[in-house]
Design a protein around this ligand. Structure first.
Ligand SMILES: [Zn+2]
Ligand SMILES: [Zn+2]
Length: 308
């Protein structure tokens, strides 16, 4: 993955260049530091030599004075000459030390310059690292997204797992082996209805004798027929219901009539004039004529009336 991404390769090269630049800068810093230390220790050596010579000069002058006091002029001169020669040496060393201070300043400046360059290159290495890692993280997350698109499902024939990508236009239902075998099952047939050539698979449970288009047409025709039949059935059911309701209301009418006749017979005062008005020969036959089955609906009608 990482090797295939040109951007990551480029960032990797930038990183390794930054690292070698930094390593070179660090080497320069180390060299200037060594030069600085060397100059410093040279000055210390001079200082030690100076202290030593000063001490020697003092010793020689003291010896010279004591020889003079003792009257030995020649010995006194010897000590004076020794002191003078040491003094000359001391002057030489002071000159060298002075030159060494100039070298120290130069070495310090070179060291500081190298250190600054090293710091800048160290920041560049960090930047290159950050860019490289950011790209790497990005590629990792892209890879994870890509991996999530890969799924498995069993082959419809043998059940072997088939690996597929959800973005494929045609996701296979068969493994490679079964697909190759299944190829032999396909053959051309001529439609019994329209004569067109169409493909069938010999492994199908029901092999059609007509083409897909004709099958669709037949299906649509069948559906239309069923729809019409259903509509007719609904219509006749509706009619039957209408008839049933008409019959029921007719029955209720009959029952109501029977009830009103019965009420007339009840011993209610207000009903009395009606009894008087009704002719006797008319009232009696009505009670007799009321059919037994009419009595029941009459009860329903009565309770309905009571509720209302
Ligand atoms: Zn298979
Ligand atoms: Zn056809």
């Amino acid at each position: 993955m990482s090797g295939k991404d040109p951007e990551l390769s480029r960032l990797g090269e930038e990183l390794s260049t930054a690292r070698s630049d930094y390593a070179a800068a660090k080497k320069t810093t180390d060299e200037t530091k060594a030069r600085l230390n060397q100059t410093g220790s040279m000055i210390q050596t001079f200082n030690a030599r100076i202290a030593e010579l000063k001490k020697g000069i003092d010793t020689e002058y003291n010896a010279m004075r004591s020889e003079r006091a003792g009257g030995d002029r020649s010995a006194a001169d010897g000590h004076r000459e020794a002191a003078q020669s040491m003094q000359e040496k001391l002057t030489e060393i002071y000159e060298s030390k002075k030159a060494c201070f100039a070298e120290l300043d130069e070495a310090r400046a070179a060291f500081n310059k190298a250190l600054d360059a090293q710091k800048i290159l160290r920041d560049k290495v960090q930047e290159a690292w950050d860019s490289f890692n950011a790209r790497l993280e990005f590629l990792k997350s892209e890879n994870a997204k890509e991996q999530a698109k890969w799924k498995e499902k069993p082959c419809r024939i043998c059940g072997v797992p088939i690996r597929y990508n959800v973005e494929w236009k045609h996701i296979p239902n068969l493994c490679k082996e079964c697909f190759d075998k299944d190829k032999l099952n396909w053959e051309d047939r001529t439609c019994a209805k329209c004569g067109k050539t169409f493909r069938i698979n010999k492994s199908w449970d029901h092999i059609p004798s007509i083409c897909g288009d004709c099958r669709k047409a037949v299906k649509a025709e069948k559906a239309a027929k069923m729809q019409a039949e259903k509509a007719a059935q609904e219509e006749s059911a509706r009619q039957a219901e209408e008839e049933r309701q008409a019959a029921a209301s007719a029955l209720v009418d009959v029952a109501n009539e029977a009830v009103s006749e019965t009420v007339v017979e009840a011993p209610v005062e207000s009903a009395a004039p009606t009894v008087c008005e009704a002719p006797a020969e008319c009232a009696a036959p009505v009670v007799n004529e009321a059919p037994a089955e009419a009595a029941e609906p009459a009860g329903e009608v009565l309770s309905e009336t009571a509720d209302n």
